[in-house]
Ligand binder design. Structure first.
Ligand code: URP
Ligand code: ZN
Ligand code: ZN
Length: 465
């Protein structure tokens, strides 16, 4: 049998094992794994590693961010950056504009994404209203339509839900078969600490971190888990930043609860001191939860190595730095509370984990595949179509050069923002080719295809099937 495309010579990695074989691709799917395969086109990948295309299940793109504030990425730039970072699928969040229903917001996102994506995409829903139409009609209809995960917030004015509201949302997830993702930080405690800091004149970017200390996240993590236990649903705690919150998850699992956990590059490479950089530079690092101490890096690594963390995502949430519609928003230099929250990272997530994890001997290639692709597909209803190099799956593959060493440079990146928090960070191991359904979308760090990305309708999470 002749394939459309054959990749030869690579070490082929999945979450369950590594082998030397050819990958035969026909009509965008992996048709054969074997040796001596024939193809109309051959990619010689000797010396490279073939990994499942990255799935970044925590990304913010074109998200409404308040009056006068604009996110730096639309679907074109966000997915271009994702593809150049070795990704083939991303899952951005869909947040309704003021006055819009969730269903209208999804329709709006579909229009914004259509024809503009260099990766496949699907949306998580953000639930900020718990009125009867949202809970009784919109959510069930959207879940049935393949939007099988949603995020609730315990912080941020205008987004935070009460415990009662979270329980209401969880009960819809239970009835309809969806995954609840929780942003766990205690809004009342943050509000109290923020007012106190401002009264003391502690208004610089660094105080974003001091007003969101570890107990704020630990307490909310415990409470979110307890609410899920009461509602009888599995849940995912997203962007876990520290060991104490992580231990809440470990304890819950010991009690037999089904809790999944996600962490991000910022929690193994940045610290709160980055928010204390000279002048207004610290604003570049303002995100929630904030980066902690370098001691916490060790705790998070322990969780990654021991399997507490299922997901390694970017939480890409890009704002331009030199821009009054971004980090330099009106009032941002007077108080950290006016600095838009979030940092870019969709293009740097995979190289950072490869370099810090695989190259430094903390992670096997198989675990890297699980943390960056397979588990995302399983948890969010995309497996086995996505997340693995196996016969029948979409031919979504990243070819990695494990020996390529170069620093991260803003000038090499493709996102819409004007900085990277990792400027100058030395990385060994880079994706050199990204392949989406058999089509090369990135070659040697540059985007090379038309926007061929599809919207993906998702099944129920593995754990609910
Ligand atoms: O600071 C962050 N992480 N902004 C993005 C929104 C969120 O909470 O994930
Ligand atoms: Zn969040
Ligand atoms: Zn986020």
């Amino acid at each position: 049998m002749t394939h459309d495309l054959v990749i030869t010579g690579a070490k082929v990695v999945t979450a369950s094992g590594t082998t030397m074989c050819d990958i035969g691709i026909t009509e965008g799917k992996i048709a054969t794994l074997g040796t001596g395969l024939e193809g109309a086109e051959i990619i010689d990948a000797a010396g490279l590693i073939a990994l499942p295309g990255g799935i970044d299940s925590h990304v913010h793109i074109s998200q409404p961010s308040g009056p006068g504030i604009e996110m730096a990425d639309d679907f074109s730039s966000g997915t271009r950056a994702a593809a150049c970072g070795g990704n083939t699928t991303i899952l951005p969040f869909c947040l309704p504009e003021e006055g819009m229903t969730l269903r209208e917001a999804v329709a709006d996102y579909r229009v914004k994404a259509e024809g503009n994506c260099l990766t496949d995409v699907s949306f998580h829903l953000i639930v900020k209203e718990t009125d009867p139409v949202t809970l009784g009609q919109d959510l069930p209809a959207l879940i049935a339509d393949g939007y099988t995960s949603f995020k609730v917030f315990m912080t941020y004015e205008g987004l935070a839900l009460s415990d009662r509201q979270i329980l209401e949302v969880m009960s819809v997830a239970k009835a309809q078969g969806a995954m609840v993702m929780v942003h766990a930080e205690n809004e009342d405690a943050i509000d109290f600490l923020r007012d106190q800091a401002e009264r003391s004149g502690e208004t610089g970017p660094y105080h974003h971190a001091t007003t969101r200390p570890v107990p704020v996240e630990r307490e909310a993590t415990h409470r979110a888990i307890s609410l899920a236990e009461i509602a009888g649903v599995p849940l995912t705690i997203v962007h876990v930043s520290n060991g104490e919150a992580m231990e809440e998850i470990q304890r819950a699992r010991q009690r037999g609860l089904t809790v999944f956990a996600e962490t991000c590059p910022q929690y193994i490479t940045l610290t709160a001191d980055d928010l204390d950089r000279d002048g207004f530079e610290g604003a570049k690092y303002v995100c929630s939860p904030p980066p902690r101490t370098s001691d916490e890096w060790g705790n998070i690594w322990r969780g990654i190595e021991q399997g507490t963390f299922d997901l390694f995502s970017s939480d890409h949430c890009p704002f331009r730095f030199v821009d009054t519609a971004g980090k330099d928003a009106p009032g941002a230099r007077n108080s950290f509370r006016n600095i838009p929250n979030g940092i870019p990272g969709v293009e740097t997530r995979l190289p950072i984990l490869f370099s810090e994890g695989v190259v430094k001997g903390r992670l096997s290639l198989e675990r890297f595949a699980a943390l960056t692709a397979t588990n995302h597909a399983r948890l969010y209803g995309l497996y086995p179509r996505k997340g693995a190099i196996m016969v029948g799956a979409d031919a979504d593959i990243a070819l990695w050069d494990p020996g390529l060493t170069k620093p991260i440079r803003q000038s090499d990146l493709h996102h819409g923002t004007d900085y990277t928090p990792w400027e100058g960070f030395e990385v060994t191991g880079w994706p050199v080719r990204t392949i989406l359904r058999g089509v090369t979308t990135m070659l040697d760090g540059a985007p090379v295809a038309d926007p061929i990305g599809h919207h993906l309708s998702r099944d129920a999470p593995d754990v609910l099937r």
